[in-house]
Design a protein around this ligand. Structure first.
Ligand SMILES: Nc1ncnc2c1ncn2[C@@H]1O[C@H](COP(=O)(O)OP(=O)(O)OP(=O)(O)O)[C@@H](O)[C@H]1O
Ligand SMILES: [Mg+2]
Length: 293
């Protein structure tokens, strides 16, 4: 089956994932399932946060959505399509900011930021001006000609985010994009991403280990859990804020703590799941013996 199927999804659906299953071959040669029958639909303009313990399959899900890897089973449909099968301009265009920033060490900050544009065509003066303005806004104005090796982790992450945002996708996949940032910068970038959604209708899917960030930014928070991974909770977030919801006032909403408690409980409920690639012998042992530490 195709990894990425741009097909006749309803116009109001930005991303439709049906019965998605995937696994990897373990060192013992057996297939170790990572995702099992995962179904998820994201409406146009919606912003969805995904949380789940380490190893739950979040990055694997993004690799599948972006087409980097092909699913063992299931369907991924992205964007709307005109009647007759022709793809709408810009529909279904996915940008993916990887968990690792993967800046090219031989390119400067500005050249790295422009890489996504360059791969899609000619870089114009307007692209250069946009990239410079965004890098300046992220405190990198003095580092445009510096090389990645001279940057801190947070600075590198900001360059990678600039590179991702500059290509103006219709779906933006962010895999823990703010984890190396100080709190103030983090709030600023969270706000920028939320503004992209409200100003340009870009769909954002955010993977984060930070429950507060997931609630503050998401219209929904999806909890990925179990082994193999599946959706154990899908919680719509409704926050009462003064004025436009932003990452700071969202955290002060009266409903915030209740969502936090619910998500924390859901995540704790997924923590105990053991590996599933046990042989009958090891399965029996683990039920009857206390492992040596
Ligand atoms: N290319 C691969 N080959 C073999 N196993 C893999 C591969 N990629 C991922 N896995 C395994 O699949 C499982 C899910 O990995 P994944 O990276 O999707 O988790 P994650 O939820 O993103 O975790 P984290 O929060 O730590 O980033 C892990 O057990 C991982 O070891
Ligand atoms: Mg990951």
């Amino acid at each position: 089956m195709d990894a990425l199927t741009i097909s006749a999804a309803e116009a109001s659906v930005a991303l439709s994932i049906r019965n998605l299953s995937h696994g990897f071959i373990a060192p013992d040669g057996r297939i170790r399932p990572v995702l099992d029958g995962l179904t998820l639909e994201i409406a146009a303009g919606e912003m969805v946060s995904i949380v789940g313990r380490s190893g739950a399959g979040k990055t694997t899900l993004f690799n599948l959505i972006s087409g980097l890897i092909s699913p063992a089973d299931g369907r991924i449909e992205i964007g709307a399509q005109r009647e007759g099968g022709e793809r709408e301009d810009g529909a279904g265009f996915v940008a993916y900011m990887l968990q690792k920033d993967l800046l090219l060490p031989w390119r400067t900050v500005l050249q790295n930021a422009l890489l996504g544009i360059e791969l899609r065509g000619a870089v114009t003066a307007r692209h250069r001006a946009n990239a410079t303005a965004m890098l300046e806004r992220y405190g990198l104005g003095a580092h445009l000609d510096a090389y990645p090796a001279a940057l801190s982790g947070g600075q590198r992450q900001r360059v990678a985010l600039t590179r991702t945002l500059l290509i103006e996708p219709s779906i933006l996949l962010l895999d823990e994009p703010f984890s190396a940032l100080d709190y103030e910068t983090r709030l600023m970038l969270e706000d920028d991403v939320m503004a992209l959604r409200s100003d340009r209708g870009i769909n954002v899917i955010l993977v984060t280990h930070d429950i507060e960030e997931a609630i503050a930014m998401g219209d929904r928070v999806v909890v990925l859990g179990g082994r193999p991974g599946r959706i154990v909770e899908d919680i719509p977030i409704r926050l009462t804020t003064h004025g436009r919801r932003d990452p700071a006032n969202a955290r002060e909403a009266p409903e915030f703590r209740a969502y936090h408690r619910r998500l924390w409980a859901a995540l704790k409920g997924t923590a105990e799941a053991p590996e599933t690639t046990k042989t009958p012998e090891t399965a029996k042992m683990s039920e009857t013996t206390v492992p040596e530490i």
